[in-house]
Structure formats: structure tokens, C-alpha cells
Design a binder for this molecule. Structure first.
Ligand SMILES: NC(=O)c1ccc[n+]([C@@H]2O[C@H](COP(=O)([O-])OP(=O)(O)OC[C@H]3O[C@@H](n4cnc5c(N)ncnc54)[C@H](OP(=O)(O)O)[C@@H]3O)[C@@H](O)[C@H]2O)c1
Length: 221
């Protein structure tokens, strides 16, 4: 795969909603890889408790503090809270790479399905709300269960990284690469983020049928 090697090792990583399954799972893997990780929450106490459970030097604070302090900020809150949270952090997130892994999904008796998003996708909603940030979409298909499983040394999947800012997508691809087994793969512009977010509904169906935590691999690169 041809792309510039980007040194991301020194970047601190903040995670909004880092007390949840996905945020804590990503936090754990980045902390194990040696990154300074800052867990964000609506409650500083919940964030500190989550950071303590991760160890490896992770710290916890309110989302706004984490958004202001971290070099790169991952958004890992449910879609219902996505827009309002980002609106409230516009100033703190200005100039930063903001990594959106939010999947707007609904669930009913037939399983998961993609919700319509006025802006096109959660990632494009982030762009609309954060005009001064560098929004990248990534980590949509990574299972939180796998990220948290101490028996899994290597996470066997590719992370599709989407964005309109080449330097920012290179950084996030390099960030995905620090998780053993994971490869960050450029997946297109943000106008094509909808189907990446929506594809998670199909992966959830795969997981239910095969009792698995499936991931994706892109071949021939
Ligand atoms: N779970 C997965 O395997 C997975 C995989 C890929 C992508 N994702 C995406 O990652 C995101 C988080 O998933 P999750 O399973 O970790 O969700 P979650 O556990 O339900 O929520 C994550 C955290 O978000 C905060 N939160 C909840 N409602 C909020 C609101 N209305 N406004 C602001 N913050 C709120 C909570 O933290 P505090 O109460 O501490 O503030 C919560 O711990 C989702 O958008 C999901 O689509 C999940």
C-alpha cells in the first residue's frame, strides 16, 4: 500500500463518550500502544472511573476538557447525542482532527437498519456543525467486544478511513495501524460516508447469524 508514513506516536487521543463500550475499547487499545489517552464523559467522575479501569496512564475528565486538551478527538457517543454534543464543543474542537465513528442506526424486530441523516451521514453532520475542524470518519466496523477482549492480541480487520483532507486521513490511517492486526485503509470522501455507516447494520446481521464479531478486509492492496 502506497502512502506517506505518518508519525502519530506522540499524539494524545481524546475520546468523547469514552465511558461507553466503543470509546473504552478504542481507549484501551491506544493506551496499550503507548498513547496518552483522555477519556471524555458528561461526568468527570464517570470518565475518571473508566480511565482507571483501563490503566496504562489513561486519564478522565468532562468532554469539554478532553476536547480542549487532546491532539486528536474521537467521537464515540450514540447518534442521538451526536449533533448537540459537537455543537457544544465547536470552539474546543476548532483546528483539530475529529474522528467520527458514529453509526446512525435504528433497531426493530428485524434487527439493525440505517437511519436517514439530513446532512447525508453522521460524519457530514459533524462537518456541518464543526466548520473549523478536520473531520475524518473511521472505526465504524470495529467491534467493541473485540477491542475489550484481553484474549485478542491482534484485531483482525481493516479500518476504512474517509475524509476530504488528505493529511488528516493519513494521520488517522496511521493511528489505526498502531492497533496490532489493524490496517487503516483510505475509503473515500465524506460524501460516501453514509454507506460505510449504514454497512454496520449488515455487519450486525452477520454477527447475529454467525454468532461472531465480524470485521472487514479489503483485498489487493
Ligand atoms: N459498540 C460498538 O461495537 C461500536 C462499534 C463501532 C461504532 N460504534 C459507534 O460508537 C458510538 C458509541 O457506541 P457505544 O456502544 O459505546 O455507545 P454507548 O455505550 O451507548 O454510549 C457511549 C457513551 O456516550 C455517552 N452518551 C450517551 N448518550 C449521550 C448523549 N445523548 N449525549 C452525549 N453523550 C452521550 C455516555 O457517556 P457519559 O454518560 O459518560 O457521558 C456513554 O457511555 C455509537 O455512535 C456507535 O454507533 C459502536
Amino acid at each position: 500500500m502506497i502512502r506517506a508514513m505518518t508519525d502519530v506516536n506522540r499524539l494524545s487521543i481524546g475520546i468523547l463518550g469514552g465511558t461507553g463500550d466503543q470509546g473504552k475499547g478504542l481507549a484501551r487499545r491506544f493506551a496499550l500502544a503507548g498513547h496518552q489517552v483522555l477519556i471524555g464523559s458528561r461526568s468527570a467522575q464517570r470518565a475518571q472511573d473508566a480511565a482507571e479501569s483501563i490503566g496504562a496512564g489513561a486519564t478522565g475528565d468532562e468532554n469539554a476538557v478532553v476536547a480542549a486538551q487532546a491532539d486528536i478527538v474521537i467521537v464515540a457517543v450514540p447518534y442521538e447525542g451526536h449533533k448537540a454534543l459537537l455543537e457544544s464543543l465547536r470552539a474546543e474542537l476548532a483546528g483539530k482532527i475529529v474522528v467520527d465513528c458514529v453509526n446512525p442506526l435504528g433497531f426493530d424486530k428485524q434487527g439493525a437498519y440505517a437511519l436517514p441523516v439530513e446532512e447525508g451521514s453522521a460524519a457530514q453532520q459533524a462537518v456541518a456543525v464543526l466548520p473549523d475542524s478536520r473531520v475524518v470518519a473511521a472505526f465504524h466496523h470495529v467491534s467493541a467486544v473485540v477491542l475489550m477482549d484481553p484474549a485478542v492480541d491482534k484485531v483482525d480487520l481493516d479500518v476504512l478511513v474517509l475524509g476530504d483532507d488528505r493529511e488528516a486521513t493519513d494521520v488517522v490511517q496511521a493511528l489505526a495501524d498502531v492497533i496490532p492486526g489493524v490496517r487503516g485503509v483510505y475509503g473515500g470522501r465524506l460524501r460516501n460516508a453514509h454507506q460505510i455507516e449504514a454497512l454496520t447494520a449488515n455487519i450486525i446481521s452477520v454477527n447475529r447469524r454467525y454468532k461472531a464479531h465480524a470485521g472487514l478486509r479489503i483485498t489487493d492492496i
